[in-house]
Design a protein around this ligand. Structure first.
Ligand code: ADE
Length: 420
C-alpha cells in the first residue's frame, strides 16, 4: 500500500515553520491537544480526514494524533493543498497525507480511496466526499464506520438529504452547525480570506469597485461586510426573501442577478448552489468583469457554458486568472478556475478562527466516540457543552472578561410569573 503521496518532501522545513506559526494563533486547539496527549481519548480508532490541507488542518491532525488516533489525510479540494504543509505532516509528524495541489480528478479520487484503504472507524469530511464514496463505490467499508464528522454547510445539506432519503448508513455529526463554527469561520473567516484571495489573484483595488456577492448566508454576510469595509459599492443577490430583507436592512443594494450582472466589477458566489452565474449573465457583464467563487463546489459559475461560448480563451493571464472573450468582444476574467478562491489564491481562513472550528471538531470527535453506542444513523448536532467550552476558552485567550448572571437574574429567566 502507498504510504503517502505529496508533491515534494524537501518542502517540509518551510511547511513546519508555517504550521508552528499557525499554532501560535490556535490556543484553544492547543489546550485540547495537551489534554488529548495526557488522556488519549481516541486511542484504538483509525481516522480518515478529507479536509483542506492547510497549516490549520495540520494542527488539527496533530491534535487527533496526540489523542491516540491513527490518522490519514486527503484533500477536500484539488486546489487547496499547501504542498509544503503536506510534506511536513509526512516528514515531521509521521502522518500519511495523500494530496497534491493541482491534482486532476482521477488523482483526487485516488487519494480519497487511499485514505479509505486504511479502513477507518471515523471519517472527517469537508463537503461529504468520503461519506459519498462510502455510500457508492466503497460501500464495503461503510459497516465499519462508527461515526463521521462534517465540517461544512454544503456537506451537511448533502447529509441531511441522505438522512431524509433513509439511506444514511452510520451516524454523522454536523460540526458546521455548532455556533463556534459557523458564526465565526463561515462569516469572519470566509469574509477575510475571500477578499484576500481576490486581492492576491488580481492586485485590484477594492475601494470604489462594484462587488456583487451572490448569497447572503453566513459566508455571503462575511464577504459583503468585508467588501464594504474596504470601500466597495456592494450589491447582494438572493433567492431567500428573509435573507434579502436582512441584506437590505444591513444597508446593501439587493438586485436580481440579471440586473447586478450589468453593474458589477467583481462577482463572488457564496450560495452553495449550482449555476448561479450563467451565460445569460456573462453576456451582459462589463468588459473585464471578474468572477470567482467562495462556495464549496466549483458549480456556482457555469464555466462550461462560458467556455463553449467564448471566441478566445487565454489561460493564466496571470497566476489564478483566465480570460474568456465572448463573441461581443467583451472579456470575462475567471479567478481560481471557479474553485474556492480563498483557498486557491490565498491560504484559507486565518488560524485564529480555525482554532474554534477545529477545537469543536476534536472535542466533538471525542464526544461522539464516547457516546457511539447511543448514536443513531442520522445527522446529529454538536452538544451545547462543546460550544460553551470553546467559547469560554477563546474569550480567555483574547483577554476578554464577561459578566455572569446574578442569582436574581437566573431566577427571573427561569420564572413565568415575574413581570412588572
Ligand atoms: N476552510 C477554510 N479555510 C480553511 C483553513 N485555513 N484550513 C482548513 N479548512 C479551511
Amino acid at each position: 500500500m502507498v504510504k503517502y503521496d505529496v508533491r515534494d518532501l524537501s518542502l517540509a522545513a518551510e511547511g513546519r515553520k508555517r504550521i508552528e506559526w499557525a499554532d501560535q494563533d490556535m490556543p484553544v486547539l492547543r489546550l485540547v491537544r495537551e489534554r488529548f496527549a495526557r488522556e488519549k481519548p481516541l486511542k484504538g480508532f483509525r481516522l480518515a480526514a478529507c479536509l483542506h490541507i492547510t497549516t490549520e488542518t495540520a494542527n488539527l491532525a496533530r491534535t487527533l494524533q496526540a489523542g491516540g488516533a491513527e490518522l490519514a489525510l486527503c484533500a477536500s479540494n484539488p486546489l487547496s493543498t499547501q504542498d509544503d504543509n503536506a510534506a511536513s505532516l509526512v516528514k515531521d509528524f509521521g502522518i500519511p497525507v495523500f494530496a497534491i495541489k493541482g491534482e486532476n480528478r482521477a488523482t483526487y479520487y485516488r487519494h480519497l480511496n487511499a485514505a479509505l484503504d486504511t479502513r477507518p472507524d471515523v471519517t472527517m469530511d469537508d463537503g461529504a466526499d468520503l461519506v459519498s464514496l462510502l455510500h457508492s463505490k466503497r460501500k464495503e467499508l461503510a459497516g465499519h464506520i462508527v461515526v463521521s464528522m462534517e465540517e461544512t454547510t454544503t456537506g451537511v445539506i448533502r447529509l441531511r438529504a441522505m438522512e431524509k432519503a433513509g439511506i444514511l448508513r452510520f451516524p454523522v455529526i454536523a460540526v458546521n452547525d455548532a455556533q463556534c463554527k459557523h458564526f465565526f469561520d463561515n462569516r469572519y473567516g470566509t469574509g477575510q480570506s475571500t477578499i484576500d484571495g481576490v486581492i492576491r489573484a488580481t492586485d485590484h483595488l477594492i475601494a470604489g469597485r462594484k462587488v456583487v456577492v451572490c448569497g447572503y448566508g453566513w459566508c455571503g454576510k462575511g464577504v459583503a461586510m468585508r467588501a464594504r469595509g474596504m470601500g466597495a459599492n456592494t450589491i447582494v443577490t438572493e433567492v431567500n426573501p428573509v435573507r434579502a430583507i436582512e441584506a437590505a436592512m444591513d444597508g446593501f443594494s439587493v438586485l436580481p442577478m440579471a440586473e447586478a450582472a450589468k453593474l458589477g466589477d467583481i462577482f463572488i458566489t457564496t450560495t452553495g448552489n449550482t449555476s448561479v452565474i450563467r451565460l445569460e449573465h456573462f453576456r451582459v457583464m462589463k468588459d473585464h468583469a471578474l468572477v470567482c467563487n467562495s462556495g464549496h463546489f466549483n458549480v456556482e459559475l457555469d464555466l462550461v457554458a462560458l467556455e463553449k461560448a467564448a471566441r478566445k480563451i487565454r489561460r493564466h493571464v496571470r497566476e489564478f486568472v483566465d480570460e474568456f472573450t465572448l463573441p461581443s468582444g467583451r472579456r470575462i476574467l475567471v479567478a481560481g478556475e471557479g474553485r474556492l478562491i480563498n483557498l486557491v489564491a490565498a491560504h484559507g481562513h486565518p488560524a485564529s478562527v480555525m482554532d474554534m472550528s477545529f477545537a469543536v471538531q476534536a472535542l466533538t470527535t471525542e464526544w461522539a466516540l464516547q457516546n457511539r453506542r447511543q448514536l443513531g444513523k442520522k445527522v446529529h448536532e454538536v452538544p451545547g457543552a462543546v460550544d460553551e467550552w470553546v467559547a469560554a476558552l477563546k474569550l480567555k485567550s483574547m483577554g476578554i472578561k464577561i459578566d455572569r448572571l446574578t442569582p436574581l437574574q437566573r431566577r427571573y429567566l427561569a420564572s413565568h410569573d415575574m413581570g412588572t
